[in-house]
Design a protein. Sequence first.
Length: 256
Amino acid sequence: MRRRVLVCGLVAGLCVMPAMQAQRQAAPVRGVTVVQTFPHDPSAFTQGLVYVDGEFYESTGLEGQSSLRRVEIATGKVLQRRALEAKYFAEGLALVGDELLQLTWQHNIGFVYDRKTFAPKRTFTYATEGWGIAYDVKGGLVMSDGSEKLFWLDPKTQKVLRNMTVTDAGRPVSQLNELEWVEGEIWANVWTTDRIARINPSTGVVTGWLDLSNLWPLYQRTPDADVLNGIAYDAAGKRMFVTGKKWPKVYQIAIK
Ligand SMILES: [Ca+2]
């Protein structure tokens, strides 16, 4: 009897071990290939990028340079633009219905605009900094604040409902920046890196990393250019677009 218990324990241990090891292991890293490139305004300090009906909507940051834009993909031409008051540093951007939601970095205020006219409709507030924001009808409205947390907001009222810690191998992943919903996953730029974290929205676990350092290698970058930031997904065409702060190109990418 004693022996049988011991055997069962050993077998159970063996069965459990691979799962435990999997949780402790860092998520796999995959590279990307470039499908196509498009021009991007090299003065645009990209903080938010969204694909809607064949066009990009973009939020650019820095005090005195912050803007909301509608951009022609093929040419990078800015078709529509609204400047923010000079004191604001604009951040993430999301489309919810016919409204564009734009965060600010340290002013704890978000702006809601009419998608067509860019006319401001109202504002909302949040207690944290504002970094990235993305919306999906099924997944919801999710926001980052530069920490390891993601915040779920009520899409109608923009009130914070709950938050979740993002982890890889059991450790928090901080500096989560621009966000995008991609096929049921949350993709997040991680500030100061050329990597994108693919996050399980139910658990916060990073299921994979995308290494995009080959797109515009650091040693080739102009002094003015900053890090990779900005992810937009064309769900109907299954096209993934990325760019960076003051990068001259938008890249359509495919995972290797
Ligand atoms: Ca985005």
